[in-house]
Unconditional design. Structure first.
Length: 120
């Protein structure tokens, strides 16, 4: 993989760390529109997913140069599993449909951004 692609993937990782920290801070707060309707269990789930974002982002930033591509591919697989796991909630849970849809869309967005970075 070219050096620009490695740097782009590390940039994706750094962005993901920022998103994870922001989500950890915001989850469960009533003054943040995306989280204002979440009940306690859903806010806890949002925090767990925020930690996942932190870990996946840190893996891209901290992984040695020759393993960044593998870390990106593994992270995308995890994101694909997460997005597919949200499908039942989107389909059958009116209470959590909005949160599950946003969570799945976020995972799909990370897959797309990572794929674009790998090709740079």
């Amino acid at each position: 993989m070219s050096s620009p692609a490695r740097q782009a993937l590390r940039g994706v990782g750094a962005a993901r760390v920022v998103v994870g920290v922001a989500t950890l801070v915001a989850a469960g707060r009533d003054d943040v529109p995306i989280f204002d309707s979440l009940r306690r269990p859903a806010a806890a789930a949002a925090r767990v997913l925020a930690v996942r974002d932190l870990v996946q982002g840190a893996a891209l930033v901290l992984t040695p140069e020759d393993h960044v591509f593998h870390a990106a591919r593994t992270g995308s697989a995890i994101d694909a599993l997460h997005a597919s796991s949200m499908a039942p909630l989107v389909a059958f849970s009116p209470r959590y449909r909005r949160a599950a849809t946003l969570s799945a869309a976020s995972a799909l967005m990370w897959i797309a951004v990572t794929a674009i970075a790998r090709r740079s």
